[in-house]
Ligand binder design. Structure first.
Ligand code: PLP
Length: 421
């Protein structure tokens, strides 16, 4: 009753197909043997997910879960959404891949549709395969266009795990001992935990200070998410980006918005996260929700910046592949047709409202924040001191690597990934 957006709910009696594959234990054993170790594999006994239908996942026993994780904020239209599935399937039957050197209508149509969603002069699209790759390309563009090397990113940011983007990422758990290039991590404008509360001007001054004291006075660019996703649904202090964009542009740099998590209407109020701060970036990077689970990413920029890429070859084998482009186009259609953005706004405000009423009753809820369906709850053991609560996942991490700042794992990542029924 709390919103009018049309929703596609699978019938309650939907029966997943019988599963005859290997058991969770057998898969786990194989994974341990043949897949590389990763701290990311933090569940001792992960679920064996065999089917997905819209917002639901089903395990090997046919048990249904509400997928609050959405494939790490990726399944923007729902698992196996009929229209997206149909677009992919039909394209698959005709042509899976030739090369992006040839023409294909789906690629051109998708680029046009994506550009039509962008404000200002952001009209040139590059397709890549992931968010990390999108940020790699954005960083390359910033450095070539500005002629400078220094990049600025926020502490607590996540921009990818490739060997260059790992430098932009500022979370200790993702860091490896490798050279990261000239990257400056500035104080995070985090209204809940940040040293300056919601005072955007004081945080922006830190960017100015970094440029003044830590660089020649010139920088290549600045990158930020408007709501930090991996960092725990941390929304930047209001007005921050406007001030920082001015500072960075005066220092010769370009401004990059990482919309990998905040894009495609997820915040409800706006199609892109950067619009919530009233700015227009020079480069926008996207992935995740762009393809409803297809391996796809994009960089959108201005013709002037794109021009610097014309001096050499800019190409990758799969970016803009016909199947991904057909799927991406269907995603854009579904978001508009099914009023997904309005849905995020309606359901999100309902969710935030209900979580806030839980916060009134339970001291362990230190903060409820976010926009649309990008929502975070931060648990604390002492509200005044904001002492982060610890959970089993945090302790598990500590044991695995001797990490001591485990508040990140519970305090920021949260534990509400899936609700079993
Ligand atoms: N940027 C943001 C904001 C992300 O959340 C992520 C992934 O979580 C990335 C970049 C990297 O994307 P990918 O995992 O597709 O390389």
């Amino acid at each position: 009753p709390f919103h009018n957006a049309p929703r596609q709910l699978p019938p309650f009696d939907y029966q997943p197909k019988p599963y005859n594959g290997p058991s969770a234990d057998q898969i786990l054993e194989k994974r341990k043997k043949f897949l590389g170790p990763s701290l990311f594999y933090y569940y001792q006994k992960p679920l064996n997910i065999v089917e997905g239908k819209m917002q639901y996942l089903y395990d090997e026993n046919g048990r249904r879960y509400l997928d609050a994780f959405a494939g790490i904020v990726t399944v923007s239209c729902g698992h196996c959404h009929p229209e997206v599935l149909n677009a992919i399937t039909e394209q698959n039957k005709l042509l899976q891949h030739a090369t992006t050197i040839y023409l294909h209508h789906a690629i051109a149509d998708f680029a046009e549709a994506l550009a039509s969603k962008m404000p200002g002069n952001l009209k040139v699209v590059y397709f890549v395969n992931s968010g990390s790759e999108a940020n790699e390309l954005a960083m390359l563009m910033a450095r070539l266009y500005s002629g400078n090397l220094g990049m600025i990113s926020l502490r607590n940011a996540y921009h990818g795990g490739s060997s260059s983007t790992i430098g932009l990422t500022a979370l200790n758990t993702w860091k490896y001992p490798i050279p990261e290039g000239e990257i400056h991590h500035v104080i995070n404008p985090d209204p809940f935990r940040g040293v300056f509360g919601s005072d955007a001007t004081r945080y922006a001054k830190d960017v100015q200070d970094h440029i003044e004291y830590g660089t020649s006075g010139k920088v290549a660019g600045f990158i930020a998410e408007t709501i930090q996703g991996v960092g725990g649904a941390v929304e930047l202090a209001p007005g921050y980006l406007k001030q920082v964009y001015d500072i960075v542009r005066k220092a010769g740099g370009v401004c990059i918005a990482d919309e990998v998590q905040t894009g495609f209407g997820r915040t409800g109020s706006h199609y892109w996260g950067f619009e919530t701060q009233g700015v227009i970036p020079d480069i926008v990077t996207m992935a995740k929700g762009i393809g409803n689970g297809l391996p796809l990413g994009a960089v959108v920029t201005t013709p002037e910046i794109a021009n610097v890429m014309a001096q050499k070859i800019q190409f990758n084998t799969f970016g803009g592949n016909p199947v991904c482009s057909a799927g991406g186009l269907a995603v854009l259609r579904v978001i508009d047709k099914e009023k997904r953005q309005a849905h995020c706004a309606d359901v999100g405000s309902h969710l935030i409202g209900r979580l806030r009423s839980l916060q009134d009753k339970h001291d362990i809820i230190g903060d409820v924040r976010g926009r649309g369906l990008m929502v975070g709850v931060e648990l604390v053991t002492d509200r005044k001191e904001k002492t982060p609560a610890k959970a089993k996942t945090a302790i598990l991490f500590e044991n695995m690597r001797g990490i001591k700042n485990s508040e990140f794992y519970l305090g920021k990542v949260g534990c509400m990934e899936m609700f079993s029924e």
